[in-house]
Design a protein around this ligand. Structure first.
Ligand code: 4AD
Ligand code: MG
Length: 478
């Protein structure tokens, strides 16, 4: 028989019709009322069991966590709390679940830390149901944004021989035997004998390949997994994360910023429109969590208001140099409340500084531009001042950096000179340099960290809770 999703039934439109639902038991009260969930919504459908006429052996198998199938006529509910219910005419247990061993009994709400340890089952909680439905909606919205604007979705490789960011935080990929690797005459590991013919690693960014695509297709975007072997055990970093990287030919930094701001607003507004229920659920969850905090630490806005606020306001745009001045003269800096005091020009901003600008000073998303060239990647367009590059970082409340991007250096001589200064091997990137030889043009792009976006929209506090199977130091159980 054809099965219907619970979300569709709860609207009540199919009242009076014979329906079949399949899902997992969330609760079974008084041998009479089953709360059934199939992940299409956090709202369960109530199944009414005629227990006097049901085999007691079957009743015993209806336990929390069991997979069951139910058929009956969708009816208006006489009880409180739900519009419709299904008086069961047929119940079948599809998969038993031993209540003694099942770790997700509803009696006491499991902590997020505990659920991280049972990541294989956490999908079955309302919190993670909402998070992963939102993750899905956001990724769909990302594609829709770019497709509506004529961007080509370009698949860039996961195995590559370059380190686009030049940060050296790559995971090596090799088929060589680490116990007895082939050696060159000078005694070094001979990667030429590897299947790829050279030392390879997992990609840290699809940007360089993306630029090749943009130099013919004009506007492209990537959306795939990227890898960083940084050993940072924070709530904002993963070793494996998904990145969205548009690259646009004939585009400058201003248009790049416009595109990034429009993308962020588009996907947030899509989620508010299509996944309102999930956002409201998570908003409520946050409010309850905040009750345990002192008044002054609670946020002024709830999650829905925070998202709406982000849509209603232009992001603040200023240069790195202006930001440093604000930070240096801030009461926070003068009272030495920063762990790292802001003294002068040239150093990278710490996340505490980024959050100060966004949360305390401007109180809205901020785009910082024109960073010192020393703290940015080799491919960024150099400004005429000889000191800064056309970089942009977008900083979000509660998140810090969510987007990093730039206008690219399209002038071959300037690019080569910068690569030399930074010790980036030009011979390995000959294919990248070719685009500067054959019809080079102004172009720009950025990278949006997808999990940081999901963090913002769900209001979750730890990046490990917005990706199904987090990869971070000491967490690769699943
Ligand atoms: O600033 P990043 O390193 O920029 C690049 O990779 C450029 N190639 C992008 C481009 O211009 N096409 O990373 C971009 C974004 C960051 O702003 C952040 O949101 C996210 O990727 N990110 C991470 N997210 C989770 N875990 C990590 N370890 C991350 N590192 C970066
Ligand atoms: Mg960055």
């Amino acid at each position: 028989s054809k099965r219907t999703k619970i979300k569709a039934l709860l609207t009540g439109e199919q009242t009076g019709m014979e329906v079949t639902v399949m899902g997992w038991v969330r609760a079974f009260r008084q041998n009479r009322f089953i709360a059934l969930n199939d992940g299409s919504t956090n709202n369960n459908i109530q199944i009414v069991v005629d227990f006097e006429n049901t085999d007691p052996a079957l009743l015993k198998r209806i336990t929390v966590g069991a997979a069951i199938s139910v058929s009956g006529i969708l009816s208006e509910s006489l009880g409180q709390g739900q519009k419709v219910e299904i008086p069961a005419s047929v119940i079948e247990v599809l998969g038993d679940c031993d209540p003694e061993k099942y770790p997700l009994q509803l009696k006491n709400r499991p902590s997020l830390e505990y659920l991280r340890e049972i990541a294989h089952l956490r999908f079955r909680t309302n919190t993670f149901g909402s998070v992963f439905r939102l993750r899905n909606a956001l990724s769909f919205a990302v594609h829709r944004f770019f497709q509506e604007r004529g961007f080509v979705y370009l698949h860039t490789p996961v195995i590559t021989a370059s380190d686009a960011e030049g940060a050296g935080e790559t995971f090596r990929v090799t088929t060589l035997d680490p116990a007895k690797p082939p050696l060159t005459e000078s005694g070094e590991i001979d990667f030429k004998q590897d299947f790829f013919g050279k030392a390879t690693n997992l990609t840290v960014s699809g940007q360089l390949e993306g630029e090749l695509g943009a130099m013919a297709l004009s506007d492209i975007y990537t959306f795939g997994p990227t890898f960083r072997a940084e050993n940072s055990n924070t709530t904002r970093h993963l070793a494996e994360f998904w990145m969205i990287e548009p690259e646009m030919a004939f585009c400058d930094l201003a248009e790049n910023m416009d595109t990034a701001e429009a993308l962020l607003k588009y996907v947030i507004s899509y989620a508010l429109e299509h996944n309102r229920e999930d956002i409201e659920f998570l908003s409520q969850r946050l409010l309850e969590e905040e009750k345990s905090k002192p008044q002054q630490e609670r946020s002024e806005m709830n999650l829905v208001e925070k998202l709406q606020f982000c849509l209603d306001n232009d992001f603040e745009r200023l240069t790195y140099t202006e930001a440093i001045e604000i930070l240096r003269n801030s009461p926070h800096n003068k009272k030495k409340k920063f762990q790292y005091l802001v003294e002068g020009w040239g150093t990278d901003l710490q996340s505490e500084h980024e959050r100060y600008l966004v949360e305390k000073h401007f109180k809205k998303p901020v785009i910082l531009t024109d960073y010192p060239k020393e703290i940015k990647a080799f491919y960024m367009r150099q400004n005429d001042d000889g000191k800064t590059v056309r970089a942009m970082d977008i900083l979000f409340p509660g998140i810090g950096e969510i987007v990093g991007g730039s206008q690219r250096e399209e002038r071959l001589d300037k690019l080569e000179q910068r690569m030399d200064e930074m010790g980036i091997p030009k011979d390995e990137l000959w294919w990248y340099l070719d685009t500067r030889r054959f019809g080079a043009c102004q172009h720009a792009g950025f990278g949006l960290g997808f999990e940081r976006l999901v963090l913002f929209v769900t209001g979750m506090g730890n990046i490990r809770d917005v990706i199904p199977f987090p990869r971070a130091p000491k967490t690769a159980e699943f």
